[in-house]
Design a protein around this ligand. Sequence first.
Ligand code: PGA
Length: 253
Amino acid sequence: MRNIIIGNWKLHPQSSREARMLARSIAQIASRIKNVDIVIAPPFPFLPLISAGSKVAIAAQDVFWEREGPYTGEVSGPMLRGVGARYVIVGHSERRNHLHETDEIINKKLKHALLSGLRPILCVGERKRDSDGEFFSVIKQQIEIAFAKVKRGDVTRVVVAYEPVWAISSGKSAKAAEPADANEAALFIRKTIAGIYGVRVARGVRIIYGGSSNAKNAKDFLSEREISGLLVGRESRDAKEFIKIIECAYTVS
Ligand code: PGA
């Protein structure tokens, strides 16, 4: 499966000038790389400034579940499409944590994103790993609720990002997962999807890893059988490092 490298800028950078510069450096390299999908997810205000004409696909970091109405502060799928977004991150652990997003909310956002023609990047992952493997049931529940009533024909438009919360760089003493463990979790995600939609559909879903990924460990993750990409946070805001990660994806593909 073709690799996808997604840069999640989170609440950075501070100015549109910096955002444009970062996007431009990434777009320059993107024009040389053929068989890797490259996506950047800037904050909402920067979306229309950097989408036009770029070879890099644009993702929003969040979306609401209604297309219009009395919902102060929210942004809909069609609005995001209108400013050039093709993907949207749904269910990131920072939103689950700080904004109390539940699996049910994430399910509504996922369905709205699909209906709007956006490709959702669904984030799942446990807060803690226990030696009994209880964390697998957390992932199973996140997947099953997120996909509730999602049409079979839409499933392969979803990219699932396995992001163990403890591995995300913003956490205290965060450290990337072991690639083999991430692969095992990705396989488990695929089996869970197969349990709902069957093996054939599940095989077509792109599953990626996120959590303290960088230019040094990218190759190890991307060489794993079940992993077809990376959701990169911190290192995606350093153009040089992000480009190295993209080049890694290019060489392993
Ligand atoms: P990180 O973030 O690469 O900085 O750990 C990943 C993410 O939160 O998506």
